[in-house]
Design a protein around this ligand. Structure first.
Ligand SMILES: [Zn+2]
Length: 106
């Protein structure tokens, strides 16, 4: 499963960053189109047996980078979010990472 590889990579990066100390809270962002249940299951599978096993996980939606068709303004948001400066429609120019670590607290 695709999510499993992403979760394993994120867990490995956090185990490194925390030097194996217990991590109390992890904030994770998932990109558009990623199923949160699948991501959560993958996370729990990857975290089991590590210092992240008992971590509380907060999930956020990662923002895509969009550019407005009308005024060319670039902004962060969801796929259907209107341009903040003119209210026009934007197109995604850089999709958010499918699974990214936003923050963590030990
Ligand atoms: Zn605009």
């Amino acid at each position: 499963m695709h999510e499993a590889g992403l979760a394993r990579a994120a867990v490995a990066a956090l185990v490194d960053a925390s030097a194996g100390a217990r991590v109390r809270t992890v904030v994770l962002a998932i990109g558009t189109g990623v199923d949160i249940d699948a991501a959560a299951a993958a996370w729990h599978g990857a975290a089991t047996g590590t210092c992240l096993e008992a971590s509380h996980v907060e999930w956020r939606n990662a923002a895509d980078r969009l550019r407005c068709f009308a005024c060319g303004c670039e902004y962060d948001g969801g796929r259907l979010d209107p341009c903040p400066s003119c209210g026009g429609n934007g197109i995604v120019i850089a999709a958010a990472d499918e699974l990214a670590v936003v923050d963590w607290m030990s």
